[in-house]
Design a protein around this ligand. Structure first.
Ligand code: GLN
Length: 200
């Protein structure tokens, strides 16, 4: 991967500044972009889809033309780190909600998910996780209106579990986390992902 390869944060909505700050710390300002249009994706080799509201993301992906461009670039080898609402967006299957207001997922990661399954905003919590490939102390993970992964496909590799449910998974270049890794000050997950995308 050339040194000019960029890391991007999908900046349509959600936890954009926090992820950008981690990327800037690891790669430097000049290698980090906020992605708002198809054109912004041009030199991006590693894309973060942050937490936020998956129904809003889904709508904005269509409105900006980014849906088809992201699908195309992932087939070309671009890496994706999708967290929380991001994970819902990359899943193959999202359980229908009672409201019927559901996102249309990209179908890049063979998991089925149920939104908000750990409770409401007030039920948000932190938990230490053993995360495959991370040395040292357990990773403190923040779960904020998190989705639950109900089922994983055969090609999906589980990187971390919480109470017997997968909370971090990977299918080749697409990574999905049910929690937020960007607010603890621990940059190890971002680093591991960027290494897998050959950004270092
Ligand atoms: N509950 C949100 C959704 O379903 C996700 C929450 C988050 O990203 N922190 O889109």
């Amino acid at each position: 991967m050339p040194r000019t390869a960029l890391a991007g944060v999908l900046a349509l909505q959600g936890d954009v500044p926090e992820h950008k700050a981690v990327l800037v710390e690891l790669l430097g300002q000049e290698r980090v972009v906020a992605v708002r249009s198809k054109e912004d994706l041009a030199n991006v080799a590693a894309l973060i889809i942050p937490g936020g509201e998956s129904t809003t993301f889904s709508r904005l992906l269509d409105a900006t033309g980014l849906r088809s461009e992201v699908l195309h670039r992932v087939k070309d080898g671009m890496g994706i780190l999708a967290t929380c609402a991001g994970l819902i967006l990359v899943a193959t299957q999202v359980e229908r909600s009672r409201s019927g207001n559901d996102p249309k997922p990209l179908g890049l990661l063979d998991v089925s998910v149920r939104r908000n399954d750990y409770g409401r905003q007030v039920d948000s919590f932190e938990a230490p996780l053993e995360f495959e490939g991370l040395k040292g102390e357990p990773l403190m993970a923040s779960f904020i209106r998190a989705p639950r992964i109900l089922k994983v496909g055969k090609q999906v590799h589980v990187l971390a579990l919480y109470e017997d449910s997968p909370v971090a998974v990977r299918q080749e270049n697409v990574w999905g986390l049910t929690f937020h890794p960007e607010i603890s000050g621990d940059t190890r997950v971002h680093r591991l992902f960027l290494q897998a995308c050959k950004m270092f």
